[in-house]
Design a binder for this molecule. Structure first.
Ligand code: FE2
Length: 200
């Protein structure tokens, strides 16, 4: 099935790859200019195919939408059922989060002595809002759907094939537990059928 506005996502991944070509390892530039690209993508909620926007009753979903051929970045839709939340976790690479639908609550954590303690207030992310994570700017957080009666969706971009990255969740005492998240989907949306534009 074709999805009429999916070219928005193709333009995004093309622009993001061009940004990485230009910025190389300049993380502040990637987070700044990449955040602007992501803000434009999530400003319109008319392009995400329903297969990648469907929640599970048991656990939040992480649908891979695109992975760069050199695994320099990946794009994921996080789909939160009512009340669903992540454990406290890290990323180990840079990441950008943009809310597409609903709202999320994000609580950062920081090391204090041997423990992990909440750092700053819980932030409420509304549609269009962009948040960044990385070992440089703060990498450990817990994220939850702000609603207990509806689905929320956010679009994430990470500086790796995030589903294959060895990272950690943290228990209440701040002890790391190794995890590799994987993805919820076995097939990807087809971004590359440009026949409609060619025949227009
Ligand atoms: Fe996260």
């Amino acid at each position: 099935m074709t999805w009429p506005n999916l070219p928005r996502l193709r333009s995004f991944v093309v622009d993001f790859a061009a940004l990485l070509d230009a910025a190389e390892d300049d993380e502040p530039r990637i987070l700044g200019e990449g955040g602007d690209l992501l803000a434009r993508l999530v400003a319109q909620d008319d392009w995400l195919p329903i297969s990648y926007a469907t929640p599970s009753p048991t656990r939040y979903r992480q649908y891979l939408l695109h992975c760069d051929s050199l695994q320099r970045f990946s794009v994921v839709s996080f789909v939160w059922g009512p009340g669903q939340a992540t454990p406290v976790h890290d990323h180990t690479v840079w990441g950008l989060v943009g809310v597409l639908r609903g709202a999320e609550l994000s609580q950062g954590y920081a090391r204090q002595g041997g423990r992990l303690v909440p750092a700053g207030p819980v932030r409420r992310l509304e549609p269009g809002r962009i948040e960044a994570v990385s070992p440089r700017v703060g990498d450990i957080h817990r994220v939850a759907n702000a609603f207990d009666d509806r689905t929320s969706i956010s679009i994430h971009v990470y500086g790796a094939n995030i589903g294959a990255v060895r990272r950690a969740t943290y228990d209440g005492a701040g002890r790391p537990q190794p995890f590799v998240s994987g993805y919820s989907n076995a097939t990807l949306p087809n971004l590359w059928d440009a026949s409609q534009e060619q025949s227009a």
